[in-house]
Design a binder for this molecule. Structure first.
Ligand code: T4K
Length: 369
């Protein structure tokens, strides 16, 4: 059993496997700028994710930020505040105004019953989040987007490899943005990707990630630099070989947690969604103090005292960030506020020992006494 358990631990291939993957770079000296590893990973991801196009980027945040920029949008973007800073920041950094929709109390994704009344004549897009790998109500979002002619950009940072109704999750909406950060189910150390169908969007994204350069004598757009380098792509190629096995191991960890915590009064676990092939990205638990007998803070502290680092993903809500002081009214998203004050994401990674899960659950269940 481990002395200290962190909320997650990066998956990495055997050192020899990575060295073998990068060895050719000592021959070619080709380290970045859409080299052979980048191309190979791009192609393999199209197949694995079941999507038509993948553009690789330096991280998941640039995937969100540059996708919005590539769409050349103006006005308001409807999103949720129960997410990582990145989602809201991508909107604001594009000069767009986030409009916060509340979340569903079971899936923690955008509450589509509250979505349509937030649409105004300034709305240009919807940016929902498949938070924890929970799939949004894609049908209703699609219906509303079509009715009002809005773009849909999914923050799919947590949904690597998932399918809904047998279709790759990245094939929904106008674009889906994945994170391949070290803490994710699949990592390229740092990295991200955008999946899309419109080739025009792909060209604009390519421009934005590479200074707008076309060949050596033409620069046709004011792009940034968000290219995935060859070492990151090589890590991705290695990790992709093992990702199914890793997801399988995560499943066992999640099942063990559920054995202990399912049906405990005052603990709400993540929803199991029909027609979704899950990736077991996160294990959130919601603690209702009155029914459970201990608050989220008490559980958090007790775990920390025992060397277990659970995290409050996602607290605080992005619409309460000091960076946005006074701009948004948190009372407009009461369910998100309720959940964010009660949620703890428990340690979850492929190699987490099942005995450690037993120990974590024992500490949690002892809190109510
Ligand atoms: N949208 C959503 C919904 C997201 O959740 C994220 C990122 C994004 C967009 C943006 O994608 P990226 O631009 O990041 O690709 C972490 C991650 O940095 C971030 O990627 C992630 N979401 C967020 C939910 O979590 P921190 O500040 O909590 O990470 P940190 O450094 O505290 O690490 C957490 C634990 O992970 C550590 O206790 C141990 C483990 N770890 C961490 C690192 C850095 C490792 O095992 N290896 C490592 O290299 O943000």
């Amino acid at each position: 059993m481990a002395d200290t358990i962190l909320v997650t631990r990066s998956s990495i291939p055997a050192m020899e496997e990575y060295i073998e993957e990068i060895a050719s770079m000592w021959e070619t000296h080709w380290l970045t700028n859409m080299g052979p590893k980048h191309k190979d990973l791009q192609q393999q991801l199209c197949g694995y994710l079941g999507v038509e196009n993948v553009e690789l980027l330096t991280n998941g945040h640039m995937a969100l930020e540059l996708t919005l920029q590539a769409m050349n949008l103006q006005g308001e973007v409807i999103t949720t505040p129960f997410t990582f800073a990145s989602t809201t920041h991508a909107i604001v950094r594009n000069g767009l105004t986030p409009v916060f929709c509340d979340i569903d109390p079971i899936t923690f994704t955008m509450d589509t019953d509250k979505l349509e009344k937030l649409v105004t004549d300034r709305t240009c897009a919807i940016m929902p989040v498949h938070v924890y790998g929970n799939v949004c109500n894609v049908e209703e979002i699609d219906r509303i987007a079509k009715k009002y002619n809005l773009k849909v950009i999914y923050d799919a940072a947590h949904t690597f490899g998932e399918t809904y109704q047998g279709k790759g999750i990245g094939s929904y909406g106008d674009a889906s943005c994945f994170s391949f950060h070290a803490t994710k189910v699949f990592n390229t150390i740092e990295g991200g990707a955008v999946c899309f169908t419109d080739k025009g969007l792909g060209e604009a994204l390519y421009d934005l990630k590479n200074f707008g350069i076309h060949g050596q004598e033409e620069v046709s757009a004011v792009g940034a630099n968000a290219k995935m380098n060859e070492f990151c792509a090589a890590m991705g190629l290695c990790n992709l070989r093992h990702v199914e096995e890793e997801i399988g191991k995560r499943k066992l960890v999640v099942e063990r947690y559920r054995e202990h915590l399912e049906n405990v009064p005052g603990i709400q676990l993540n929803a199991v969604q029909p027609e979704v092939k899950p990736n077991y990205a996160y294990f959130p638990a919601i603690f209702e103090e009155k029914q459970f007998g201990a608050s989220r803070e008490e559980v958090f502290t007790k775990l920390a005292e025992n060397g277990v680092s659970a995290r409050k993903y996602f607290y605080p809500l992005t619409n309460t960030f000091t960076a946005f002081h006074g701009q948004f009214d948190v009372n407009e998203t009461p369910t998100a506020l309720h959940i964010s004050k009660r949620v703890l994401t428990l340690p979850l990674y492929a190699d987490l020992e099942l005995e450690d899960v037993d120990r974590i659950c024992k500490i949690i269940l002892n809190c109510k006494n």
